[in-house]
Design a protein around this ligand. Structure first.
Ligand code: SAM
Ligand code: F3S
Length: 453
Protein backbone atom coordinates (compact mmCIF):
# COMPACT_ATOMS: atom_id res chain seq x y z
CA UNK A 1 0.00 0.00 0.00
CA UNK A 2 1.34 3.42 -0.91
CA UNK A 3 2.19 5.94 1.76
CA UNK A 4 0.14 9.11 1.90
CA UNK A 5 1.24 12.68 2.35
CA UNK A 6 -0.91 15.70 3.10
CA UNK A 7 0.39 18.97 1.70
CA UNK A 8 -0.68 22.53 2.41
CA UNK A 9 0.72 25.17 0.08
CA UNK A 10 0.65 28.94 0.51
CA UNK A 11 1.73 31.80 -1.73
CA UNK A 12 2.79 32.27 -5.30
CA UNK A 13 2.98 30.15 -8.46
CA UNK A 14 6.62 29.35 -7.64
CA UNK A 15 5.36 27.72 -4.45
CA UNK A 16 2.71 25.77 -6.35
CA UNK A 17 5.42 24.52 -8.67
CA UNK A 18 7.67 23.59 -5.74
CA UNK A 19 4.78 21.79 -4.01
CA UNK A 20 4.21 19.62 -7.08
CA UNK A 21 7.93 18.79 -7.11
CA UNK A 22 7.86 17.80 -3.41
CA UNK A 23 5.14 15.27 -4.21
CA UNK A 24 7.11 13.97 -7.22
CA UNK A 25 10.35 13.61 -5.23
CA UNK A 26 8.68 11.64 -2.43
CA UNK A 27 6.68 9.52 -4.88
CA UNK A 28 9.93 8.50 -6.58
CA UNK A 29 11.88 7.84 -3.37
CA UNK A 30 9.29 6.40 -0.96
CA UNK A 31 6.20 5.72 -3.09
CA UNK A 32 4.26 8.58 -1.47
CA UNK A 33 0.90 9.69 -2.86
CA UNK A 34 -0.83 12.94 -2.08
CA UNK A 35 -4.09 12.64 -0.17
CA UNK A 36 -6.82 15.15 0.63
CA UNK A 37 -7.58 13.32 3.89
CA UNK A 38 -4.97 14.06 6.61
CA UNK A 39 -6.17 11.12 8.74
CA UNK A 40 -4.76 8.62 6.26
CA UNK A 41 -1.44 10.49 5.92
CA UNK A 42 1.76 9.85 7.87
CA UNK A 43 3.54 12.91 6.48
CA UNK A 44 2.37 16.52 6.61
CA UNK A 45 4.16 19.15 4.56
CA UNK A 46 3.57 22.89 4.80
CA UNK A 47 4.99 24.89 1.91
CA UNK A 48 5.14 28.40 3.31
CA UNK A 49 5.35 31.98 2.04
CA UNK A 50 6.88 34.94 3.88
CA UNK A 51 6.32 37.74 1.37
CA UNK A 52 3.78 39.32 3.75
CA UNK A 53 3.43 39.05 7.52
CA UNK A 54 -0.06 37.50 7.47
CA UNK A 55 1.14 34.55 5.39
CA UNK A 56 4.02 34.02 7.81
CA UNK A 57 1.83 34.08 10.91
CA UNK A 58 -0.59 31.57 9.34
CA UNK A 59 2.17 28.96 9.47
CA UNK A 60 2.41 28.87 13.24
CA UNK A 61 -1.33 28.93 13.81
CA UNK A 62 -1.66 26.11 11.26
CA UNK A 63 1.06 24.07 13.01
CA UNK A 64 -0.74 24.45 16.34
CA UNK A 65 -3.74 22.65 14.82
CA UNK A 66 -1.69 19.51 14.02
CA UNK A 67 -0.74 18.57 17.58
CA UNK A 68 -3.42 15.95 18.01
CA UNK A 69 -2.82 14.55 14.51
CA UNK A 70 0.82 14.01 15.30
CA UNK A 71 0.21 12.50 18.73
CA UNK A 72 -2.24 9.90 17.33
CA UNK A 73 0.61 8.00 15.65
CA UNK A 74 4.20 8.44 16.83
CA UNK A 75 5.69 7.84 13.37
CA UNK A 76 3.90 10.80 11.83
CA UNK A 77 6.26 13.44 10.49
CA UNK A 78 5.73 17.18 9.97
CA UNK A 79 7.91 19.08 7.49
CA UNK A 80 7.96 22.84 6.95
CA UNK A 81 9.39 24.13 3.66
CA UNK A 82 9.33 27.33 1.59
CA UNK A 83 10.32 30.87 2.43
CA UNK A 84 9.32 30.96 6.12
CA UNK A 85 11.46 27.85 6.64
CA UNK A 86 14.34 29.49 4.80
CA UNK A 87 14.06 32.64 6.86
CA UNK A 88 13.54 31.09 10.28
CA UNK A 89 15.52 27.84 9.97
CA UNK A 90 16.15 26.18 13.32
CA UNK A 91 13.94 28.74 15.09
CA UNK A 92 10.88 26.93 13.70
CA UNK A 93 11.61 23.74 15.62
CA UNK A 94 12.37 25.81 18.72
CA UNK A 95 9.07 27.68 18.52
CA UNK A 96 7.10 24.59 17.48
CA UNK A 97 8.71 21.30 18.64
CA UNK A 98 6.14 19.29 16.65
CA UNK A 99 8.16 20.02 13.52
CA UNK A 100 10.56 17.27 12.37
CA UNK A 101 11.95 18.67 9.11
CA UNK A 102 12.75 22.23 8.06
CA UNK A 103 13.80 22.63 4.42
CA UNK A 104 14.12 25.62 2.07
CA UNK A 105 12.97 26.23 -1.52
CA UNK A 106 16.42 25.18 -2.74
CA UNK A 107 16.64 21.95 -0.72
CA UNK A 108 13.28 20.35 -1.40
CA UNK A 109 15.00 17.69 -3.54
CA UNK A 110 16.72 16.50 -0.34
CA UNK A 111 13.38 15.70 1.32
CA UNK A 112 13.79 11.89 0.99
CA UNK A 113 17.10 11.95 2.90
CA UNK A 114 15.79 14.43 5.45
CA UNK A 115 12.78 12.19 6.03
CA UNK A 116 14.94 9.07 6.55
CA UNK A 117 17.29 10.97 8.84
CA UNK A 118 14.59 12.33 11.13
CA UNK A 119 12.90 8.91 11.34
CA UNK A 120 16.16 7.12 12.17
CA UNK A 121 17.63 9.72 14.52
CA UNK A 122 14.23 10.58 16.06
CA UNK A 123 15.16 14.24 16.15
CA UNK A 124 14.45 17.28 13.99
CA UNK A 125 16.59 18.02 10.91
CA UNK A 126 17.12 21.41 9.30
CA UNK A 127 18.52 22.13 5.82
CA UNK A 128 17.83 25.58 4.42
CA UNK A 129 21.03 26.04 2.43
CA UNK A 130 21.23 27.44 -1.15
CA UNK A 131 23.07 24.75 -3.13
CA UNK A 132 22.64 26.79 -6.35
CA UNK A 133 21.02 24.85 -9.16
CA UNK A 134 21.56 21.36 -7.64
CA UNK A 135 17.80 21.20 -7.00
CA UNK A 136 16.95 20.87 -10.71
CA UNK A 137 19.55 18.17 -11.31
CA UNK A 138 18.04 15.97 -8.60
CA UNK A 139 14.36 16.20 -9.40
CA UNK A 140 12.53 13.25 -10.97
CA UNK A 141 11.35 13.41 -14.60
CA UNK A 142 8.66 16.09 -15.09
CA UNK A 143 5.11 14.79 -14.86
CA UNK A 144 2.30 16.54 -16.76
CA UNK A 145 -0.99 17.12 -14.97
CA UNK A 146 -3.06 18.35 -17.90
CA UNK A 147 -2.27 20.31 -21.05
CA UNK A 148 -0.79 23.36 -19.30
CA UNK A 149 2.40 23.17 -17.24
CA UNK A 150 4.73 25.39 -15.24
CA UNK A 151 8.44 25.19 -16.00
CA UNK A 152 10.86 26.90 -13.65
CA UNK A 153 13.64 28.58 -15.64
CA UNK A 154 15.44 30.41 -12.87
CA UNK A 155 15.55 30.61 -9.11
CA UNK A 156 15.93 33.50 -6.71
CA UNK A 157 16.11 37.23 -7.25
CA UNK A 158 18.98 39.76 -7.15
CA UNK A 159 16.89 42.92 -7.42
CA UNK A 160 16.71 43.58 -3.68
CA UNK A 161 13.66 45.85 -3.79
CA UNK A 162 13.73 47.51 -0.37
CA UNK A 163 10.44 45.93 0.80
CA UNK A 164 10.98 42.36 -0.39
CA UNK A 165 12.22 39.31 1.45
CA UNK A 166 12.62 37.04 -1.59
CA UNK A 167 16.35 37.59 -2.28
CA UNK A 168 17.04 36.56 1.33
CA UNK A 169 14.76 33.51 1.37
CA UNK A 170 15.28 32.18 -2.16
CA UNK A 171 18.81 33.44 -2.76
CA UNK A 172 20.29 35.29 -5.73
CA UNK A 173 19.25 34.75 -9.35
CA UNK A 174 20.45 31.48 -10.83
CA UNK A 175 19.34 30.41 -14.33
CA UNK A 176 18.89 26.82 -15.49
CA UNK A 177 20.94 25.89 -18.55
CA UNK A 178 19.01 26.22 -21.83
CA UNK A 179 19.30 22.51 -22.70
CA UNK A 180 17.78 21.49 -19.35
CA UNK A 181 14.80 23.79 -19.82
CA UNK A 182 14.22 22.58 -23.38
CA UNK A 183 14.57 18.92 -22.37
CA UNK A 184 11.95 19.38 -19.63
CA UNK A 185 9.55 21.05 -22.06
CA UNK A 186 10.09 18.30 -24.66
CA UNK A 187 9.24 15.66 -22.03
CA UNK A 188 6.11 17.58 -21.04
CA UNK A 189 5.08 17.99 -24.69
CA UNK A 190 5.39 14.22 -25.15
CA UNK A 191 2.90 13.84 -22.30
CA UNK A 192 0.39 16.12 -24.05
CA UNK A 193 1.32 19.54 -22.71
CA UNK A 194 0.38 22.28 -25.20
CA UNK A 195 1.02 25.41 -23.12
CA UNK A 196 3.95 26.25 -20.85
CA UNK A 197 4.32 29.04 -18.32
CA UNK A 198 7.96 29.85 -17.70
CA UNK A 199 8.43 30.63 -14.04
CA UNK A 200 10.83 32.69 -11.98
CA UNK A 201 10.77 35.62 -9.57
CA UNK A 202 12.28 37.75 -12.31
CA UNK A 203 12.23 35.81 -15.58
CA UNK A 204 13.64 38.73 -17.59
CA UNK A 205 16.91 38.10 -15.81
CA UNK A 206 17.09 34.63 -17.39
CA UNK A 207 20.63 34.03 -18.66
CA UNK A 208 20.84 30.32 -19.44
CA UNK A 209 24.12 28.79 -20.53
CA UNK A 210 24.01 27.49 -24.14
CA UNK A 211 26.19 24.51 -25.01
CA UNK A 212 29.84 24.50 -23.94
CA UNK A 213 30.98 27.70 -25.70
CA UNK A 214 29.95 30.02 -22.86
CA UNK A 215 27.14 31.59 -24.90
CA UNK A 216 24.13 32.91 -23.04
CA UNK A 217 20.44 32.65 -23.90
CA UNK A 218 18.10 35.41 -22.70
CA UNK A 219 14.33 35.17 -22.23
CA UNK A 220 13.46 36.47 -25.72
CA UNK A 221 15.69 33.86 -27.35
CA UNK A 222 14.33 31.15 -25.03
CA UNK A 223 10.78 32.00 -26.14
CA UNK A 224 12.00 31.73 -29.71
CA UNK A 225 13.46 28.25 -29.15
CA UNK A 226 10.35 27.00 -27.33
CA UNK A 227 8.05 28.31 -30.06
CA UNK A 228 9.83 25.97 -32.48
CA UNK A 229 9.24 22.87 -30.31
CA UNK A 230 6.72 20.32 -31.60
CA UNK A 231 3.48 20.22 -29.61
CA UNK A 232 3.91 23.54 -27.79
CA UNK A 233 1.35 26.03 -29.07
CA UNK A 234 1.25 28.67 -26.37
CA UNK A 235 3.91 30.26 -24.16
CA UNK A 236 3.52 32.44 -21.06
CA UNK A 237 6.05 33.70 -18.56
CA UNK A 238 5.87 35.26 -15.11
CA UNK A 239 7.01 37.33 -13.23
CA UNK A 240 8.65 40.07 -15.23
CA UNK A 241 10.51 43.07 -13.84
CA UNK A 242 10.06 46.37 -15.74
CA UNK A 243 13.71 47.37 -15.33
CA UNK A 244 14.82 44.40 -17.40
CA UNK A 245 11.97 44.23 -19.88
CA UNK A 246 14.07 44.39 -23.06
CA UNK A 247 13.17 45.65 -26.54
CA UNK A 248 13.63 42.06 -27.76
CA UNK A 249 10.81 40.99 -25.41
CA UNK A 250 8.57 43.75 -26.75
CA UNK A 251 9.40 42.70 -30.33
CA UNK A 252 8.52 39.10 -29.43
CA UNK A 253 4.89 40.20 -28.88
CA UNK A 254 4.82 41.45 -32.48
CA UNK A 255 6.73 38.54 -34.00
CA UNK A 256 5.86 35.39 -32.04
CA UNK A 257 2.20 34.38 -32.30
CA UNK A 258 2.69 31.53 -29.81
CA UNK A 259 3.44 34.06 -27.09
CA UNK A 260 0.15 34.55 -25.20
CA UNK A 261 -1.53 37.98 -25.16
CA UNK A 262 -0.99 38.41 -21.45
CA UNK A 263 1.72 40.13 -19.45
CA UNK A 264 2.14 40.52 -15.71
CA UNK A 265 4.48 43.46 -15.21
CA UNK A 266 4.53 44.54 -11.55
CA UNK A 267 4.87 48.32 -11.16
CA UNK A 268 4.18 48.61 -7.38
CA UNK A 269 3.57 52.39 -7.39
CA UNK A 270 2.91 55.29 -9.76
CA UNK A 271 4.95 57.79 -7.75
CA UNK A 272 8.56 58.32 -8.80
CA UNK A 273 9.46 59.24 -5.24
CA UNK A 274 8.14 55.93 -3.89
CA UNK A 275 9.61 53.94 -6.80
CA UNK A 276 12.99 55.49 -5.96
CA UNK A 277 12.62 54.58 -2.27
CA UNK A 278 11.67 51.02 -3.29
CA UNK A 279 14.81 50.87 -5.49
CA UNK A 280 12.75 49.56 -8.41
CA UNK A 281 15.13 50.99 -11.03
CA UNK A 282 12.58 52.72 -13.32
CA UNK A 283 10.33 55.78 -13.41
CA UNK A 284 6.61 55.94 -14.13
CA UNK A 285 7.41 57.64 -17.45
CA UNK A 286 9.67 54.79 -18.51
CA UNK A 287 7.15 52.22 -17.38
CA UNK A 288 4.33 53.90 -19.31
CA UNK A 289 6.53 54.13 -22.40
CA UNK A 290 7.12 50.35 -22.16
CA UNK A 291 3.38 49.75 -21.87
CA UNK A 292 2.72 51.95 -24.92
CA UNK A 293 5.26 49.98 -26.99
CA UNK A 294 3.93 46.62 -25.76
CA UNK A 295 0.40 47.62 -26.76
CA UNK A 296 1.63 48.74 -30.17
CA UNK A 297 3.26 45.32 -30.64
CA UNK A 298 0.20 43.37 -29.38
CA UNK A 299 -2.98 45.49 -29.37
CA UNK A 300 -5.24 42.84 -27.75
CA UNK A 301 -2.90 42.21 -24.80
CA UNK A 302 -4.19 41.81 -21.25
CA UNK A 303 -1.96 43.71 -18.85
CA UNK A 304 -1.70 42.88 -15.20
CA UNK A 305 0.39 44.33 -12.39
CA UNK A 306 1.22 44.25 -8.66
CA UNK A 307 0.68 47.23 -6.36
CA UNK A 308 1.77 47.98 -2.83
CA UNK A 309 -0.19 50.64 -0.95
CA UNK A 310 0.92 52.29 2.26
CA UNK A 311 4.68 52.07 1.70
CA UNK A 312 6.33 54.20 4.45
CA UNK A 313 5.86 57.95 3.74
CA UNK A 314 3.33 57.34 0.93
CA UNK A 315 1.13 60.47 0.79
CA UNK A 316 -2.28 61.04 -0.74
CA UNK A 317 -0.47 62.69 -3.66
CA UNK A 318 1.73 59.58 -4.18
CA UNK A 319 -1.34 57.37 -4.11
CA UNK A 320 -3.11 59.67 -6.57
CA UNK A 321 -0.16 59.13 -8.95
CA UNK A 322 -0.68 55.36 -8.64
CA UNK A 323 -4.35 55.74 -9.52
CA UNK A 324 -3.40 57.99 -12.42
CA UNK A 325 -0.90 55.41 -13.68
CA UNK A 326 -3.59 52.71 -13.54
CA UNK A 327 -5.75 54.94 -15.71
CA UNK A 328 -2.95 55.67 -18.20
CA UNK A 329 -1.67 52.10 -18.44
CA UNK A 330 -5.19 50.63 -18.61
CA UNK A 331 -4.45 47.45 -16.65
CA UNK A 332 -7.28 44.96 -16.70
CA UNK A 333 -6.26 42.96 -13.68
CA UNK A 334 -3.91 43.35 -10.73
CA UNK A 335 -2.78 41.98 -7.40
CA UNK A 336 -2.64 44.61 -4.67
CA UNK A 337 -1.30 44.48 -1.17
CA UNK A 338 -0.95 46.62 1.92
CA UNK A 339 2.73 47.13 2.63
CA UNK A 340 3.96 44.63 5.19
CA UNK A 341 7.32 45.29 6.88
CA UNK A 342 9.54 42.23 6.43
CA UNK A 343 12.34 41.57 8.94
CA UNK A 344 15.80 42.00 7.44
CA UNK A 345 14.69 44.21 4.53
CA UNK A 346 15.87 47.85 4.31
CA UNK A 347 12.30 49.21 4.34
CA UNK A 348 11.62 47.53 7.69
CA UNK A 349 13.85 50.21 9.28
CA UNK A 350 11.64 53.03 7.99
CA UNK A 351 9.02 54.58 10.22
CA UNK A 352 5.53 53.42 9.22
CA UNK A 353 3.86 56.79 8.60
CA UNK A 354 0.60 55.67 6.99
CA UNK A 355 -2.27 54.82 9.32
CA UNK A 356 -4.09 51.48 9.02
CA UNK A 357 -7.28 53.30 8.09
CA UNK A 358 -5.54 55.12 5.22
CA UNK A 359 -3.92 51.89 3.98
CA UNK A 360 -7.25 50.08 3.89
CA UNK A 361 -8.99 53.02 2.26
CA UNK A 362 -6.34 53.22 -0.49
CA UNK A 363 -6.45 49.47 -1.06
CA UNK A 364 -10.25 49.60 -1.35
CA UNK A 365 -10.15 52.45 -3.90
CA UNK A 366 -7.49 50.69 -5.97
CA UNK A 367 -9.22 47.32 -5.94
CA UNK A 368 -12.58 48.82 -6.90
CA UNK A 369 -10.95 50.55 -9.86
CA UNK A 370 -9.20 47.36 -11.00
CA UNK A 371 -12.45 45.38 -10.72
CA UNK A 372 -14.14 47.90 -12.98
CA UNK A 373 -11.33 47.61 -15.54
CA UNK A 374 -11.45 43.80 -15.37
CA UNK A 375 -15.23 43.85 -15.94
CA UNK A 376 -14.83 46.18 -18.90
CA UNK A 377 -12.11 43.94 -20.39
CA UNK A 378 -14.31 40.85 -20.06
CA UNK A 379 -17.34 42.65 -21.49
CA UNK A 380 -15.28 43.65 -24.54
CA UNK A 381 -14.66 39.95 -25.21
CA UNK A 382 -18.40 39.22 -25.41
CA UNK A 383 -19.32 38.56 -29.03
CA UNK A 384 -15.73 37.71 -30.03
CA UNK A 385 -14.42 34.23 -30.80
CA UNK A 386 -11.46 33.24 -28.67
CA UNK A 387 -8.86 30.49 -29.07
CA UNK A 388 -9.16 28.48 -25.87
CA UNK A 389 -6.98 25.68 -24.54
CA UNK A 390 -9.38 23.24 -22.87
CA UNK A 391 -7.84 22.32 -19.50
CA UNK A 392 -10.43 20.55 -17.35
CA UNK A 393 -14.11 19.91 -16.65
CA UNK A 394 -15.85 23.02 -15.34
CA UNK A 395 -17.67 23.04 -12.02
CA UNK A 396 -20.98 22.58 -13.83
CA UNK A 397 -21.94 19.18 -15.26
CA UNK A 398 -21.54 18.90 -19.03
CA UNK A 399 -19.22 21.91 -19.23
CA UNK A 400 -15.51 22.27 -19.94
CA UNK A 401 -13.17 25.05 -18.82
CA UNK A 402 -10.24 26.55 -20.66
CA UNK A 403 -8.24 29.74 -20.87
CA UNK A 404 -8.06 32.41 -23.56
CA UNK A 405 -4.73 33.76 -24.73
CA UNK A 406 -5.53 36.76 -22.49
CA UNK A 407 -5.64 34.42 -19.46
CA UNK A 408 -9.41 34.50 -18.88
CA UNK A 409 -11.25 31.30 -17.92
CA UNK A 410 -14.16 30.38 -20.20
CA UNK A 411 -16.80 27.72 -19.47
CA UNK A 412 -18.76 26.15 -22.28
CA UNK A 413 -20.76 23.03 -23.08
CA UNK A 414 -18.46 20.22 -24.14
CA UNK A 415 -17.06 16.80 -23.35
CA UNK A 416 -13.84 15.59 -21.73
CA UNK A 417 -12.37 14.50 -25.10
CA UNK A 418 -11.74 18.18 -25.75
CA UNK A 419 -9.22 18.44 -22.90
CA UNK A 420 -5.83 19.26 -24.39
CA UNK A 421 -7.26 20.75 -27.58
CA UNK A 422 -7.28 24.33 -28.76
CA UNK A 423 -10.84 25.21 -29.71
CA UNK A 424 -12.68 28.32 -30.87
CA UNK A 425 -15.24 29.54 -28.36
CA UNK A 426 -17.62 32.42 -28.95
CA UNK A 427 -17.91 34.43 -25.74
CA UNK A 428 -21.55 35.01 -24.83
CA UNK A 429 -21.42 36.37 -21.29
CA UNK A 430 -19.01 38.01 -18.85
CA UNK A 431 -19.35 36.72 -15.29
CA UNK A 432 -17.60 37.86 -12.10
CA UNK A 433 -14.54 35.64 -12.36
CA UNK A 434 -14.89 34.00 -15.74
CA UNK A 435 -16.60 34.02 -19.12
CA UNK A 436 -19.31 31.84 -20.59
CA UNK A 437 -19.27 30.81 -24.22
CA UNK A 438 -20.32 28.46 -26.99
CA UNK A 439 -17.97 26.02 -28.68
CA UNK A 440 -17.72 26.92 -32.35
CA UNK A 441 -14.84 24.87 -33.71
CA UNK A 442 -12.53 22.11 -32.46
CA UNK A 443 -8.89 21.32 -33.33
CA UNK A 444 -9.95 18.73 -35.89
CA UNK A 445 -11.94 21.42 -37.66
CA UNK A 446 -15.41 20.12 -36.86
CA UNK A 447 -18.02 22.73 -36.14
CA UNK A 448 -19.56 22.07 -32.75
CA UNK A 449 -22.47 22.63 -30.38
CA UNK A 450 -25.29 24.31 -32.24
CA UNK A 451 -26.92 25.38 -28.97
CA UNK A 452 -26.36 28.94 -27.82
CA UNK A 453 -25.98 29.34 -24.04
N1 SAM B 1 9.41 39.69 -9.12
C1 SAM B 1 8.26 40.48 -8.94
C2 SAM B 1 8.52 41.96 -9.29
O1 SAM B 1 9.07 42.22 -10.33
O2 SAM B 1 8.14 42.86 -8.57
C3 SAM B 1 7.59 40.31 -7.62
C4 SAM B 1 7.63 39.06 -6.81
S1 SAM B 1 6.97 39.33 -5.19
C5 SAM B 1 7.25 37.84 -4.43
C6 SAM B 1 5.24 39.38 -5.49
C7 SAM B 1 4.58 40.64 -5.05
O3 SAM B 1 4.42 40.67 -3.65
C8 SAM B 1 5.34 41.92 -5.35
O4 SAM B 1 5.20 42.32 -6.68
C9 SAM B 1 4.77 42.90 -4.38
O5 SAM B 1 3.68 43.61 -4.91
C10 SAM B 1 4.31 42.00 -3.23
N2 SAM B 1 5.17 42.20 -2.06
C11 SAM B 1 6.46 41.83 -1.92
N3 SAM B 1 6.92 42.21 -0.71
C12 SAM B 1 5.89 42.84 -0.09
C13 SAM B 1 5.75 43.48 1.18
N4 SAM B 1 6.76 43.56 2.02
N5 SAM B 1 4.54 44.00 1.49
C14 SAM B 1 3.50 43.94 0.63
N6 SAM B 1 3.59 43.36 -0.57
C15 SAM B 1 4.76 42.83 -0.93
FE1 F3S C 1 11.07 40.86 -4.70
FE2 F3S C 1 11.75 42.90 -6.18
FE3 F3S C 1 12.74 40.49 -6.66
S1 F3S C 1 9.71 42.44 -5.49
S2 F3S C 1 11.18 39.09 -5.99
S3 F3S C 1 13.13 41.73 -4.88
S4 F3S C 1 12.06 41.98 -8.17
Amino acid sequence: MSKKLYLISYGCQMNEYDSAKMVDVLAASHGYERTRNPDEADLLLLNTCSVREKAQEKVFSELGRWKEWKQTAPDRVIGVGGCVASQEGQAITERQPLVDIVFGPQTLHRLPTLLDTTREARKPVVDVSFPEIEKFDRLPEPRAEGPSAFVSIMEGCSKYCTFCVVPYTRGEEVSRPLDDVLAEIAQLAEQGVREVTLLGQNVNAYRGGMGSGGEICDLALLVNFIARMPGIARIRYTTSHPAEFSDALIDAFAEEPKLASYLHLPVQSGSNRILGMMKRGYTRERYLDQIRRIRAARPDISLSSDFIVGYPTETDADFAMTMDLIHEAGFDCAFSFIYSPRPGTPAANLRDTVSDAEKHQRLGILQTRIRTLDDAFKRKLVGTTQRVLVERPARWAGQMAGRTSTNRWVNFEGTAELIGQFVDVEVTEALNNSLRGVLRRTDDGLAASPRVA
